[in-house]
Design a protein around this ligand. Structure first.
Ligand code: GTP
Ligand code: MG
Length: 327
């Protein structure tokens, strides 16, 4: 990004009043403006369309979100891909040896109680570890749509991690690096994903840059709000935009994106396949790794890699224990 342009006020044509309007309309970062359409910006921020175009062009050149990359640039970026351990060897192996990847969306789906929320809690701990213990020395942004984030659970998992690694970790320190926002509806969820970039920007030089963005659950609000056949197209369009926003975050910040998803097992979805994830092909095609989780005996869970560009399909068994994920 251009050295000088970091705030939206720095864009030519954006004075304090316009900046305020842009922010109110959700265009809080240079990146958000760069990918907006002139009509959208004009309508939402109350500026003329030609002004909007100029602002967008300036934002594009400042944000470097533009168009094409050559293969060697993609390769360079891919070299920076990091991995976050799940804390369970078999599970890591299933994910291609070292766990969940950055610059990609990993989706965990399955019925209630199969361990989705437990996995994201564990990853929120593990991403903070140093490389020697399978982490990325990073912090976490968590968008919590079901109010299931539990700091007490994090503390238990940190205790488990201390045991696993032989280090003495302080749960307080871990909690400080988890930035949780509750999403009250799907629009709010989308907005939070957009403002996540701003927070990540602020934390970039902090020594604990954001390396993991969690959305738990990705689809629950969408599913609850868009009921009935006529609403499907609208829902899918919103979900599609949201997924791409997340993917962009992953590329921009070299962060792992982890989302959870339910399956269609409600009694009213009588004809729906009870092992199919919500969100259809939109979620399926945008997620880079999809894992289907199911319950086994007691604490045991089975993860199956369903769809991946470069890994063989397979299964891994893990346990959800008091101290977190384990073999
Ligand atoms: P939904 O969000 O309802 O779709 O389910 P989920 O897939 O997110 O399930 P979640 O991750 O919340 O898993 C719940 C399961 O994790 C419980 O059935 C327990 O088996 C296990 N679990 C949750 N908390 C604890 C805990 O503190 N100790 C232990 N040992 N297990 C726990
Ligand atoms: Mg859950």
């Amino acid at each position: 990004m251009d050295d000088k342009i970091t705030m939206i006020e720095d864009l030519p044509g954006v004075g304090p009043a316009t900046a305020e309007k842009l922010r109110d309309a959700g265009f809080t970062t240079i990146e958000a403006i760069a990918v907006a359409s002139p009509a959208d910006l004009a309508l939402n921020a109350d500026v003329g369309e030609s002004t909007a175009s100029k602002i967008i062009i300036a934002a594009r050149s400042a944000a470097d979100v533009g168009g094409f990359e050559t293969g060697d640039m993609v390769l360079e970026r891919r070299k920076l891909v990091g991995k976050i351990t799940t804390g369970c060897e078999a599970f890591d192996e299933l994910l291609g040896k070292k766990g969940v990847e950055t610059q990609a969306i990993t989706e965990f789906y399955g019925e209630f109680g199969c361990g989705k929320t437990q996995i994201v809690h564990q990853l929120a701990v593990n991403v903070q570890l140093g490389a020697e213990h399978g982490g990325l020395d990073g912090s976490v942004i968590m968008i919590d749509t079901e109010n299931t984030f539990r700091p007490e659970r994090i503390a238990q998992m940190v205790a488990g991690t201390s045991k696993r690694t032989g280090e003495e970790y302080d749960p307080e320190e871990f909690l400080k690096n988890i930035h949780v926002a509750r999403a009250y509806n799907s629009n709010h969820q989308i907005l939070l994903a957009e403002s996540a970039s701003q927070l990540a920007q602020e934390l970039k030089e902090s020594g604990k840059p954001v390396r993991l963005l969690i959305v738990d659950s990705l689809t629950a609000h969408f599913r609850a709000e868009y009921v009935g056949r006529g609403t499907l197209a609208d829902r899918q369009q919103k979900l599609n935009k949201h997924m791409h926003e997340l993917l962009r975050f992953g590329d921009l910040h070299n962060a792992a994106i982890v989302v959870t998803n339910q399956v269609m097992s409600k009694p009213d979805a009588f004809f729906g396949d009870p092992t199919k994830p919500i969100g259809g092909h939109i979620v399926g095609h945008t997620a880079t790794f999809r894992l289907y989780l199911r319950k086994s005996k007691g604490e045991k869970r089975i993860a199956r890699l369903v769809d991946s560009p470069c890994l063989p399909e397979g299964e891994a068994v893990f346990s959800v224990t008091m101290e977190g994920l384990a073999e």
